[in-house]
Every structure is written in structure tokens, then in C-alpha cells.
Design a protein around this ligand. Structure first.
Ligand code: VGL
Ligand code: ZN
Length: 211
């Protein structure tokens, strides 16, 4: 299958130091996506990245809730919220993109998770869907019709970004070898793939684009 990449964007979700091995919220084997994404970047003219970018007082950090530990649930913005270790704090090394990820062709970076009162897994909306990051309008205004999603983590930000892309009318692909899951529960990555499939996301392998 040779893919036509006209009106197509490559979306690189949260390939940041804190989500890579050694980081505060490490995705195991997360670094394996980097060479795949770099190879994919050669095939796309339109590339956009998202960046998880939290203030220190962010409500998703267990450290900001007395007596709570990562993995516990609270209510945030009226939603049930998993608590995370402190990660991707604005200005920290952990919030930076991995140094081997080539940013040279990126048209824009969309930051998310900046409001301490609500988390933001999707690159398009916060979890309460009250505010947009601007990514959806940006892609629409640039005539993008097809979105190819890559990055971290498959069971959180990648999943919600891909499902929101579908809801905004983009033909949406997940490049499944260009993502890895956190797997707080061992089945989470596979469940996320199934949810994306059921939600209208087309699952492909990078070989569909690279070959
Ligand atoms: C993410 C948990 C918390 C992600 C971000 O990028 O998947 N996961 N913040
Ligand atoms: Zn986060």
C-alpha cells in the first residue's frame, strides 16, 4: 500500500524526556519510537508536535495532594483523575523534547496541561473539553485532512489525541510502531488500540509510509 500524503500532517505527541527511559513518568521502550518518527519525518512536509507542559502546582501531580501517591484517583475539574508523579514541568529538562528527535521541519508546537485545575491528555482539548489548544483550527486552516499520530503515551495522550482528531473530522491514522504505552495495567496499551479502532482511527504500520 503506497500512501498518498497530500493534505496530511504528522503529529508527534509528547516525545519528551520525562516520558522516556530514565524520566519521571517513563514509558518503557519509549525511546524506540524516535528512529521510527525521524524516518517518518522525511516523508511529511507538514509536521506538528505537542508538548505536555505543566506548572509546578498542577493538579495531576500526586505531590500536590497531601497524603496521595501516584496511581491514586482524585476528582479534578469534575472528572476522575489519575495522579501522576511530577513530570514535564515548564522549564525543566524533563519537559524538553528528546535530543535525538529532529525538530527541523516542525511547523508548530502545541503545549497543553498548562492550567493547574485540569489535565490535558489530548493535543486538541483539555480533558473537560472546555478549552482548545488551537491545534484543530491550525490544521483545518492549513488544509490538512489526514492526521498521522505518533508518540507517547499510547494509552493516554496518543489515544485521546487520535480520538479527538476523528471527532474533528480528520481522517486519522495511528502509526502503531511509532508509539508505546505506559501500561499502568498490563492490558492498557492493547485496550487503547481497540478503543482507537472502535473510535474510527485507522491503525497502520510505519512500513505503509516508509516503503
Ligand atoms: C501523559 C500522563 C500524564 C502522556 C501526560 O503524554 O501520555 N500521560 N501526562
Ligand atoms: Zn502530564
Amino acid at each position: 500500500m503506497a500512501m498518498n500524503l497530500k493534505n496530511s500532517a504528522l503529529l508527534i505527541v509528547d516525545v519528551q524526556n520525562d516520558f522516556l527511559p530514565g524520566g519521571a513518568l517513563a514509558v518503557s521502550q519509549g525511546d524506540e519510537v524516535i528512529p521510527v518518527i525521524n524516518a517518518l519525518q522525511e516523508k511529511f512536509n507538514f509536521i506538528v508536535a505537542t508538548q505536555d507542559f505543566h506548572p509546578e502546582d498542577h493538579g495531576s501531580f500526586a505531590a500536590n495532594h497531601k497524603g496521595k501517591s501516584p496511581g491514586e484517583m482524585i476528582e479534578l475539574a469534575g472528572l476522575s483523575q489519575i495522579l501522576w508523579p511530577v513530570h514535564c514541568v515548564q522549564g525543566s529538562e524533563g519537559a524538553e523534547f528528546h535530543e535525538e528527535l529532529n525538530p527541523i521541519k516542525w511547523k508548530a508546537i502545541f503545549q497543553k496541561g498548562k492550567n493547574p485545575e485540569v489535565d490535558s491528555y489530548s493535543g486538541f482539548f483539555d480533558n473537560a473539553r472546555r478549552e482548545m489548544t488551537g491545534l484543530g483550527d491550525f490544521l483545518h486552516n492549513e488544509g490538512i485532512m489526514n492526521v498521522f499520530v505518533t508518540g507517547l503515551a499510547q494509552d493516554y495522550c496518543v489515544k485521546f489525541t487520535a480520538l479527538d482528531a476523528v471527532s474533528l473530522g480528520f481522517k486519522t491514522y495511528l502509526i502503531s510502531d511509532a508509539t508505546r504505552a505506559v501500561n499502568l495495567n498490563p492490558e492498557d496499551g492493547d485496550k487503547a488500540l481497540q478503543e482507537m479502532k472502535n473510535g474510527g482511527v485507522n491503525l497502520i504500520d510505519s512500513s505503509a509510509i516508509l516503503n
